[in-house]
Design a protein around this ligand. Structure first.
Ligand SMILES: Nc1ncnc2c1ncn2[C@@H]1O[C@H](COP(=O)(O)OP(=O)(O)OP(=O)(O)O)[C@@H](O)[C@H]1O
Ligand SMILES: [Mg+2]
Length: 224
């Protein structure tokens, strides 16, 4: 990493709670750290889900808890030189903190479970991200990500159609519903068993889409 290296900023806002924001962030952060990336999570949710996960793991992810929205931008700016990836976890409601997190992001992954209320929240968050993109200099790439999806659930296609009808984009590969994603909050670290396989597949799809800068830089270095 060079001195002027700038971290990729990834947030996972959703105005609806309990959609899998913190689980996705901890999983991605853990996987990237395992692959050698320098990873920081800025946990802005008073529930401190990410901070509590981090305290139980030794995978090398740094977590900073921040409850003052005015300090988010300066903190990101300061940390940006020292990390490859900075995740920002936000509480599940519309807030100034979530707005700042979106405005600072390079990539916005909007989690949604495969239910109508969750998709409604995801679409409204998508529109929020687009509005911020119009008014700010930095335009994040943004996608809805399906989380906790049961392979047999028929609702999923209905939800996908509703999202497409609104002009929002989603990633084809979901984070499948696996018990390991629940257990990881108790033991810290990466999820185990079939949840780890689901996570590997999800990260693979992000890599193929070129969405994670750390892997793009790694590939470019290997090729040249
Ligand atoms: N892929 C998954 N498979 C199984 N369970 C999951 C998955 N993703 C999330 N969960 C479970 O769903 C619940 C909510 O997840 P999580 O706390 O990550 O959501 P959140 O959006 O961060 O919630 P909040 O709005 O309260 O911050 C947790 O019990 C978590 O273990
Ligand atoms: Mg959370």
């Amino acid at each position: 990493m060079t001195k002027n290296h700038k971290a990729q900023i990834i947030s996972a806002p959703q105005r609806k709670g309990g959609v899998g924001k913190s689980t996705m962030i901890c999983s991605l952060a853990g996987w990237l750290a395992k692959d050698g990336a320098k990873v920081c999570i800025i946990d802005t949710d008073p529930q401190k889900t990410c901070e509590r996960w981090m305290e139980k793991q030794e995978i090398g992810v740094s977590v900073l808890y921040l409850d003052n929205d005015e300090l988010l931008a300066p903190s990101v700016q300061k940390l940006s030189a020292d990390f490859d990836v900075i995740f920002i976890d936000t509480a599940g409601y519309k807030s100034a903190m979530a707005m700042y997190a979106i405005a600072l992001s390079d990539l916005v992954l909007i989690p949604s479970k495969a239910s109508e209320p969750d998709a409604e929240g995801a679409i409204r968050t998508w529109n929020h991200v687009k509005s911020i993109g119009i008014t700010s200099a930095k335009k994040a790439r943004s996608y809805i990500v399906f989380t906790d999806v049961d392979k047999t659930a028929k609702i999923t296609q209905v939800v996908k159609d509703a999202i497409s009808a609104e002009g929002a984009e989603f990633l084809e590969k979901p984070l499948w519903s696996r018990t390991g994603f629940k257990e990881m909050h108790s033991h810290g670290g990466l999820p185990s068993g079939s949840a780890l396989t689901a996570l590997r597949e999800f990260i693979g799809s992000l890599q193929i889409s070129g969405l994670i800068d750390f892997y793009n830089i790694e590939r470019a270095t290997q090729n040249g």
